[in-house]
Design a protein around this ligand. Structure first.
Ligand code: PGA
Length: 246
C-alpha cells in the first residue's frame, strides 16, 4: 500500500515567524498515519526541521553537487540542511526559468543521488488542455523528466495543471482520474508493476479545505501538493485531516 502524502509548497512566502504554523501542525497531527511534508523557502530549511512528524523539503535544486552557480543550492546542501525531499520541475520553474524536462531529470537524478525524494511536477497549460493534448504533454514530460532509477522511495510524481495553480480552478474528478491513471500505467510500463505501483501520485492546483476530501476519493490520487492553502495551519490541517480520513 502506498502511504498517503500531504505536501505543502510555500513558494516565495514565509519568514521565521511562519515557523509557528509548523508547531501547530506537528501537534495536531502528531499521530498521523499520512506523511506530511512542508517545502519552505531555502532560507527556512534548517529552522523548519525538528517538528516531528513533519518532514521538510526544498523547492528546487541544482543538478551539480557544488561549484560556481550563484544563487543555486545543491541536493547535498538541502540534505545537509536536514531536508529529505525536493520539488523539481514545478511549472513556475519550467515556465519562468525555462527548465525543460531534460533539466528536470538531471535535477531529480541529483536529488536521488543524495538520498532525497524527488517530487517531479508535470502539468499542461490551458491551451494544451483545450487542444486535447493533455495526455501527450503529460506523457512527454513524464518520459523526459523521470530518471531511470526510480523507486517508490526516491520518486513522487505531482500532476499540477498549470491553469489550476493559484486560480481557484480545479479539473473535475474524472479529469484528475484520467491523468492519474495514465501516469500510473506509464510508470508501470516503464518500471514494472512493482515500482510503478509504489510511486505516489499527488494532485496539485487549488487544493483547498473544501475540495480536498473529494479529490482524495479519486483512484491513484495518493495525496496533494498544496500551495496557497499550505501557508497556515488553519488551512492545511483540514486538508491533512481529509487525507487521514479518506
Ligand atoms: P496552489 O499551488 O495550491 O496555490 O494552487 C499549488 C502548487 O503550485 O503546488
Amino acid at each position: 500500500m502506498r502511504r498517503k502524502l500531504a505536501a505543502g509548497n510555500w513558494k516565495m512566502n514565509g519568514t521565521r515567524a511562519s515557523l509557528a504554523e509548523l508547531a501547530v501542525l506537528a501537534k495536531t497531527h502528531a499521530a498521523s498515519e499520512v506523511d506530511i511534508l512542508i517545502c519552505p523557502p531555502a532560507t527556512l530549511l534548517t529552522a523548519a526541521c525538528g517538528h516531528a512528524p513533519l518532514m521538510i523539503g526544498a523547492q528546487d535544486c541544482h543538478m551539480a553537487t557544488s561549484g560556481a552557480h550563484t544563487g543555486d543550492i545543491s541536493a547535498a546542501q538541502i540534505k545537509d540542511a536536514g531536508a529529505t525531499a525536493v520539488i523539481v520541475g514545478h511549472s513556475e520553474r519550467r515556465v519562468a526559468h525555462e527548465e525543460h524536462s531534460e533539466i528536470v531529470r538531471a535535477k531529480a537524478r541529483a536529488a536521488q543521488a543524495e538520498g532525497l525524494t524527488a517530487i517531479v511536477c508535470l502539468g499542461e497549460s490551458l491551451a494544451q488542455r483545450e487542444a486535447q493534448n493533455t495526455l501527450d504533454i503529460i506523457g512527454g514530460q513524464l518520459a523526459g523528466s523521470i530518471p531511470d532509477n526510480a523507486t517508490g522511495e526516491n520518486l513522487v510524481v505531482a500532476y499540477e495543471p498549470i491553469w489550476a495553480i493559484g486560480t481557484g480552478l480545479v479539473p473535475d474528478l474524472a479529469q484528475i482520474g484520467e491523468v492519474h491513471d495514465f501516469i500510473r500505467s506509464r510508470l508501470e510500463r516503464r518500471f514494472g508493476a512493482g515500482v510503478g505501483r509504489s510511486v505516489r501520485l499527488l494532485y496539485g492546483g487549488s487544493v483547498k479545505p473544501d475540495n480536498a476530501a473529494d479529490i482524495f476519493t479519486v483512484p491513484n490520487v495518493d495525496g496533494a501538493l498544496v500551495g496557497g492553502a499550505s501557508l497556515t495551519a488553519a488551512d492545511f490541517s483540514p486538508i491533512i485531516t481529509a487525507l487521514e480520513t479518506v
